[in-house]
Design a protein around this ligand. Sequence first.
Ligand code: SF4
Length: 298
Amino acid sequence: MLDIDMIYDYPLYRPPSEAYSLIIQITLGCSHNKCTFCKMYKDKKFTIKPIEQIKKEIDFFRRRVGYIEKIFLADGDALIIPTPKLLEILDYINEKFPENKRISLYASPKSILLKTPEELKKIREKGVKLVYIGMESGDNEVLKDINKGVTAEEITEASLKAKEAGFQISVTVIAGICGEKDSTSHALNTAKVINKIIPDYFSILCLVVHDGTEIDRKIKLGEFREASGEDILKEIRMIVENINIPKGEKVIFRSNHASNYLGLKGDFPEDKEKFLSEINFAIKNDYIRERNERYLKY
Ligand code: SF4
């Protein structure tokens, strides 16, 4: 007899906006698992669960969940699943949860690029409406430094390809990822990529150093020093200043995660000046939020 702790292989992550979603864990871990700042799936070997097991788990949830509108497919890169198998999973989810209105998942730029436009369209048609993409930076030096495994050009191509197939895309960037080093190229090139891809959702998080990561090791060796809250806000200001979204387009922007030194919330292009004046006010008045480490460590 299955129980919830047998189904979920912890730790289990989902984006903040999926707090009320049913999480179906169809893969374990991350197919890349090499980013220098990331600890999320370090202890998990990347695995695609067998289809029969996934179906049993979907049945388990159906028996217990009365009504659910949003479903999130975990873990770190569910789109990497070969398309026929992913379509079979989506068919089964739609059969068992016909009331669902949105299925979403994390997708690495590589897994998007591996699919043909036709495959992506089929996946979209089966109810996957939103894909979360960890971009981290639009600067190739930074991407190389953090071992992201993709270039800014690949991130751009993958994001546009996902949009072209009809997905909404939610893109995340990390401020403070350069540490005390000059982050001008990171800020400018990140804004450049955002201007090209015009994501539906865009978030800036701030670097959180987790024990046991490569960045943590570098800090201990004196090879990396974290940027101050003020420098990180200046970096975010530079990203925001250089984001130019044409009128008629809309990018929903959030920078209000527990890792942020200042909460920002609104849309580009209409709230750009508001974001800048809030950042300037915070810097001028030293209104820089202290982060509560309790909410940041996992
Ligand atoms: S940041 Fe994303 S791609 Fe990089 S190791 Fe972590 S889960 Fe994998």
